[in-house]
Every structure is written in structure tokens, then in C-alpha cells.
Design a protein around this ligand. Structure first.
Ligand SMILES: *Cc1c(COP(=O)(O)O)cnc(C)c1O
Length: 502
């Protein structure tokens, strides 16, 4: 019998596209060519081309991978320029002030290139070697900055949403285990869990609700707590909410405090909330996805006082430390709590081979294959340094305050808050209009018009059911004059819309 081991080698079959010792020159050539295209991306003069969705859909054939013919790298780079780079949103552009996307630190890009190219997977020691030590060093660094005790630990995650997920999972499983001896990880659902309740402010990130749902507890398990006029959790309202749930027969298990709310940058009173959590003997999680990195500043460090009492912390370096996505960490007060997510797989990290000297980070992660994201941060700290990063953050906060001071008395604007971090929520108004419905329509029109023309990207959000505009400032190179130009565009659009519709 003939074994069919023969593979057919057609003329266009090539091994030259694999990264290995044979292709060093090709590799260098590819990267150098790519760098030229990325340099030209930086020369785009608007934050966005302003192409309409219909115009972008016209690239359908260029995007399609169905046609059998392959292209050269030059042809493909040219194509991706036309299809994508010419229409990509530039987060580094000074007229991009919409979401929590930061401009990138150059050293982070070097770290990311190395991480992608070597392609280290950090889940086990035998795949990662010193990458494990570098991740652990980054975790130790941030735990120390947060003044967590020596048994604290952490792991890099895909983002704040996943970090918050781990917090709720741990809080839930820890409560079930310590109060009822229930092992949810091994035995699954238990009736008591249906009565578990988590408290966060009504300005907290949506991921707490979403995660509660993903964990089978449902949105109803999350109790929103009222905020004060500075958009911070009202601690009296928190105690009342906890008492009320207890009276209803429900079981408070965790408080999620926010250090830097997504819309308002407000810090919940961590010190007071930590005491309330201790009093009720429930988990205290701090969502510092946005504000956590402000621990590097002199201006805001004190707002994090109390975080040292947290049972767990979320911090996003891809929000406020000039890192490419993903770069985020989940920190936990006591490393033993990782037992709620750990799993020992025969082929990866068998329990009997557990060795403190060669740790397997998979024991702390809900991901298996995981990127070496810590390297970008390591490069940034080594080259840019934490003082500079702290300065960047102080700078963008200062910009937000300057814009606030400039428009707070302006009769065409209503500001919702004084910036505590680097966002500013406000809306266009005009003395002739009282009703919110019209104001909502105008503000939405302003946002869409500026975006569609490629002039500026401003975010919108809702406050008390009404549409507001939002600046999220993360670019330390931005200037007050430039931001006031955007304010003028907003005003002009608003007045124009109002006069042409009346
Ligand atoms: C952005 C944000 C999150 C979610 O983080 P991702 O990295 O986008 O998953 C969670 N909490 C707060 C307060 C945030 O601002």
C-alpha cells in the first residue's frame, strides 16, 4: 500500500513568509516598509477623513479575501493605506477628544513590537521564562504604589471589563465559601447566590452590571447607589441601600467604588467606603480603570487614599498610561484568592509540578494563551519614567480645568461638573431654548456634524436623561487654544442649527 505523504509543491508555495532565521532580511524589509506607511499615517491632517459609511463600504472588494491571487507586501501596504490608514481615527490628533484612548508612548511601541514578534505566551514558565518575572515586577510595582500589603498580587488582563469581572467572581466565590462553605468553582450554582447583592454608584462603569449578568447573577444583583453633586458615591445612601437590601432578605457581598468615573472622572470617597465594607464584612473592590494611574501624580494621589484597604483593584494602563491596547491589571489584596480562578491542567501546569521558582501565571488568569503585555509598560517606565507619566496626567487634568474655567460663565454652555480628572461634560444651550428635547437634538447634531466632517471627535453621554457632550483629554501635547477652537466650532454649529430650524 502506498502512503500518501507526498505534498504537492506549486510554484507559488513559499516558506519565505515565516519569521525565522532564514528570513531575517525579509523581516527587516517588511518592517521598514511598514514604518514608512505609519509615518505617513501621522501626517494625516484631520483626526478622520470624514468619509461617510457609504464611501467606506465601497472598499468591500478591496477588503475581500475571496479572490485567489495573493499580493506583494508593497501592494498590500498600499491597499491598507487606502482602505484603512487614510480613514483610521487618530487618537494622537489634538481634535480627537472623545473617548478614553490615549496617544502612545514611543517606548511602549518598541515593547509591543518585541512582544508580538517573539510572540511569548505568558501563561506558563516554560513558554515565558523572564517574561513571567517582568510581568510580576510590573504587578509588584503597581501594588506598592497602591500601598497594598506584601501578600498582594495581580495579573495582566485584557482590560477593565475583565478585571472587574474577576473582582465580582472572587467576591462572590469568597463570600459563598467563607459564609456557607459552598465551593462554587467546583460545585456550581447555589440558591443563596440569587440573593447576593453588589453595590456601586449610579455613575459606575456598566461593566459591573454586565459582569454580574455574565456570572449568572443578573443585572438585578447590582444595586445603584446615589451620587452627590460632585458625582461621587453618597456614603449615607450606600449604608441605606445595604440596610434596605438586608431587610428584603438579600445578602450584600461587595461594594465596587470607582476611582475616576468614565464620564465625570469623579472619585468615590474610598476611605469612608472601605470602612463601610469592613463594618459589613464584605468585599471592597476599587475600579481604577481610569483614575488609578493618577497615583503617579502629586495633584491627585490623595484622592486614592483608602485604596490600600481594597480587596481588589482594577487599573487600565491602556486608558491613562499611554499604552497600546491591551494593557490592564487586576490586583488582589491576598494572592490566595486566586484559588477561585485557578485550574491545573495536565498538559500545562499539573498541580504536582507546582514550583514557586518557576511560576505559571495561568493560575491567576481566566485567559489561557495570553500576550506579554507587561513588556510595553516596562519599556515605558524604563525610558519615559514614572515622573514624566505623572506630569502628562497632571497636564491633561489642567487642560480640562482650563476649558471648564473658559466656558462656565458662557451663556451658550451648561457645564455639568468641575473636572476632577481629564473629562469635561457640558452641553450647548442658547438663551432662547428651554426644553430639553430641542437641546438634545441640537447637541447630538453638533457631535455628529463635527465627526462627519472630520473636524473634531467629541463624545456624548446622558445626564438625567439628557444628551451632553464630553471632552476626554488624554493628550498632554494638546493646548488650551486648540480646545477652545473646538468649543467655538461647537458653538457655531449649535447657533447655526438653531437659527436654521427656527
Ligand atoms: C473604561 C472603563 C472600564 C472598562 O475598561 P476596558 O479596558 O475598556 O474593558 C471599566 N471601568 C471604568 C471606570 C472605565 O472607565
Amino acid at each position: 500500500m502506498l502512503l500518501e505523504t507526498q505534498i504537492s509543491l506549486k510554484p507559488n508555495h513559499t516558506l519565505d513568509h515565516l519569521f525565522d532565521a532564514n528570513t531575517k532580511e525579509e523581516y527587516a524589509e517588511y518592517i521598514e516598509k511598514t514604518v514608512q506607511y505609519l509615518k505617513s499615517f501621522l501626517e494625516n491632517d484631520q483626526f478622520y477623513s470624514g468619509a461617510s459609511p457609504e464611501e467606506l463600504r465601497m472598499f468591500k472588494n478591496d477588503i475581500s479575501v475571496e479572490s485567489g491571487d495573493t499580493l506583494t507586501i508593497d501592494e498590500t501596504l498600499q491597499k491598507i493605506k487606502t482602505v484603512f490608514l487614510d480613514h483610521a481615527i487618530s487618537f494622537h490628533h489634538s481634535n480627537y477628544v472623545a473617548h478614553l484612548n490615549c496617544p502612545l508612548a514611543l517606548p511602549a511601541l518598541v515593547g509591543d513590537l518585541i512582544a508580538s514578534t517573539v510572540n511569548t505566551a505568558v501563561e506558563t514558565w516554560d513558554q515565558s521564562t523572564t517574561a513571567t518575572l517582568i510581568e510580576q515586577e510590573m504587578i509588584r510595582w503597581i501594588c506598592d504604589l497602591m500601598n497594598l500589603p506584601s501578600q498582594a498580587d495581580g495579573v495582566f488582563t485584557s482590560g477593565g471589563t475583565q478585571s472587574n469581572f474577576k473582582a465580582i467572581l472572587m467576591a462572590r466565590d469568597h463570600y459563598a465559601f467563607t459564609h456557607y462553605g459552598i465551593n462554587l468553582k467546583e460545585n456550581g450554582w447555589s440558591d443563596q447566590v440569587s440573593r447576593f447583592r453588589i453595590f456601586c454608584s449610579d455613575k459606575a462603569h456598566f461593566s459591573t452590571k454586565k459582569n454580574a449578568a455574565l456570572l449568572g447573577m443578573g443585572y438585578d444583583a447590582v444595586i445603584p447607589v446615589a451620587t452627590d453633586d460632585k458625582m461621587k458615591m453618597d456614603s449615607n445612601a450606600l449604608v441605606q441601600a445595604i440596610e434596605k437590601e438586608k431587610q428584603l432578605g438579600n445578602i450584600p457581598i461587595a461594594i465596587v467604588a470607582t476611582a475616576g468615573t468614565t464620564d465625570f472622572g469623579s472619585f468615590d470617597p474610598l476611605q469612608t467606603i472601605s470602612k463601610i465594607a469592613r463594618e459589613y464584612d464584605i468585599w471592597f473592590h476599587v475600579d481604577g480603570a481610569y483614575g488609578g494611574c493618577y497615583v503617579l501624580t502629586d495633584t491627585h494621589r490623595h484622592l486614592l487614599n483608602g485604596i490600600e484597604h481594597a480587596d481588589s483593584i482594577t487599573i487600565d494602563f491602556h486608558k491613562t498610561l499611554f499604552q497600546p491596547v491591551c494593557s490592564s491589571a487586576f490586583l488582589v489584596r491576598d494572592t490566595r484568592h486566586f484559588k477561585y480562578v485557578s485550574y491545573y491542567a495536565d498538559y500545562l501546569n499539573p498541580l504536582e509540578h507546582r514550583d514557586e521558582e518557576q511560576p505559571n501565571l495561568i493560575e491567576k488568569s481566566i485567559q489561557t494563551t495570553r500576550r506579554f503585555d507587561a513588556l510595553k509598560l516596562w519599556f515605558t517606565l524604563k525610558v519615559t519614567g514614572k515622573e514624566n507619566l505623572g506630569f502628562f496626567l497632571e497636564k491633561v487634568h489642567h487642560l480640562a480645568v482650563e476649558v471648564y474655567e473658559s466656558i462656565k460663565e458662557d451663556t451658550h454652555f451648561e457645564v455639568a461638573h468641575k473636572p476632577e480628572l481629564s473629562t469635561l461634560v457640558f452641553r450647548f444651550k442658547t438663551p432662547g431654548i428651554q426644553d430639553d428635547k430641542t437641546l438634545n437634538a441640537i447637541n447630538l447634531h453638533i457631535k455628529n456634524t463635527l465627526f462627519n466632517s472630520g473636524q473634531a471627535s467629541v463624545a456624548s453621554t446622558k445626564l438625567n436623561g439628557n444628551i451632553y457632550l464630553k471632552f476626554t483629554l488624554l493628550n498632554p501635547r494638546n493646548r488650551k487654544e486648540n480646545l477652545l477652537d473646538i468649543i467655538t466650532m461647537i458653538k457655531d454649529q449649535g447657533i447655526q442649527y438653531y437659527t436654521s430650524n427656527n
